[in-house]
Design a protein around this ligand. Structure first.
Ligand SMILES: Cc1cc2nc3c(=O)[nH]c(=O)nc-3n(C[C@H](O)[C@H](O)[C@H](O)COP(=O)(O)OP(=O)(O)OC[C@H]3O[C@@H](n4cnc5c(N)ncnc54)[C@H](O)[C@@H]3O)c2cc1C
Length: 329
């Protein structure tokens, strides 16, 4: 690891100013929990000349719920806090479940929601510094190589998947993030537009500018009759990323679905809405047969690679079970 400067930022303004300065082609990067950043630095994938520590910035670690405005999470709120906050657990159960099942207890205690959304892909080609140095065609390596954990949809340009599992739940809830840039310029970006398909040649997989900070995550207040469920399916329960994860948010009128959102993670370069499957739910009560049809529609059009066709049937099962769980929640 190359040596680097360390700055403890005291305010959003100071952090944004510091982030704008790069030196000798080496960037300045923000550090929240540091779980992903330090992995990238130790692995030789990222070599910043300065690290700006955000943890001392006041006012970015709040959790607020308002019946009209909905939920607001400061960017520095940890995954463990999200998993146990009563306001999140009672009203946004798919998010609290996603936070509870990410990573390990130790990681969740340090990892923040802002850093989680902005982490880079876990593709083993991406994480290998030699592949970065060699340059060349990322997709060709994956297509001919070890692609068992890669994308089964939208994988014509890249087959890497975005790593954040809370992003799956946030997508289903229609969440957005607040970004602050130089001069306090603030913009709100829906989670559906925040994440970009991962790319080895780009320094980030999001629409953030190098000198922007993610300051807050917001979820609209749930409509009456909202029910939700989340399931992360991995090879093991802890210390692992998923094979796929699914979040389902239903607005029910009695047993009849009025609105449905199904988000699927780890199956495409960015978390994906199953829009055709959602349409099947609207206007109907959920039962085993409908859930089966919905799950089939959710995996229609999958284009698995040489070693990951198994993910299609796992995803179909997880969608079916999560739809049923949401309807019963
Ligand atoms: C064994 C293991 C299993 C894991 N399993 C999962 C899993 O199942 N699901 C999952 O989602 N994750 C998983 N992870 C990843 C882990 O959750 C992330 O590394 C962590 O959430 C990143 O958050 P952080 O606060 O530590 O971010 P950092 O490492 O501090 O930052 C990540 C990136 O975001 C930037 N950044 C951070 N905060 C801001 C901000 N506010 N504004 C602008 N830029 C910012 C940093 O510059 C960096 O590029 C796993 C990790 C391990 C080690």
């Amino acid at each position: 690891m190359q040596s680097f400067e360390w700055v403890d930022a005291e305010s959003v303004e100071q952090a944004v100013t510091l982030l704008g300065e790069s030196k000798d082609g080496r960037p300045v990067v923000a550090k929240a929990g540091g779980m992903d950043l330090l992995d990238l630095m130790k692995g030789g994938v990222l070599s910043p000349h300065r690290v700006v520590n955000l943890k001392g910035i006041k006012g970015l670690d709040g959790v607020r719920f308002d019946a009209r405005q909905g939920l607001e999470l400061g960017a520095l709120v940890t995954l463990s806090r999200i998993s146990r906050e009563p306001e999140v657990r009672n009203r946004f159960v798919a998010l609290s479940e996603a936070a509870e099942h990410a990573a390990t207890p130790q990681v969740r205690n340090a990892a923040t929601i802002g850093g989680n959304l902005l982490q880079r892909p876990r593709c083993w080609y991406f994480r290998n510094e030699h592949f970065h140095q060699a340059g060349g065609d990322d997709l060709a390596r994956v297509r001919d190589g070890q692609n068992q954990y890669h994308a089964i949809f939208d994988n014509q340009r890249t087959a890497m998947v975005h790593a954040s599992t809370p992003a799956t739940a946030l997508l289903a809830y229609g969440a957005s993030v607040e970004l602050v840039g130089p001069g306090g310029k603030t913009r709100t970006v829906p989670v559906s537009e925040l994440l970009l398909p991962p790319d080895m040649k780009r320094p980030r997989d999001t629409v953030l500018a190098p000198n922007e900070l993610l300051t807050r995550v917001r979820i609209p207040a749930p409509a009456a009759g909202t029910r939700a469920a989340y399931h992360k399916q991995g090879e093991r329960e802890s210390y692992d990323w998923p094979l796929c994860d699914v979040a389902v948010v239903l607005q029910l009128d009695g047993r009849v679905v009025r609105q449905a959102a199904i988000a699927m993670g780890w199956v495409a370069p960015t978390p994906r809405r199953a829009t055709e499957a959602e349409k099947l739910l609207v206007g109907r009560p959920v039962d085993e047969e409908l859930a089966r049809q919905v799950a089939k529609a959710a995996v229609a059009g999958a284009t698995p690679l040489s070693k990951n066709a198994y993910k299609v049937s796992i995803l179909e099962t997880v969608v079916r079970r999560t739809v049923l769980a949401a309807a019963k929640a």
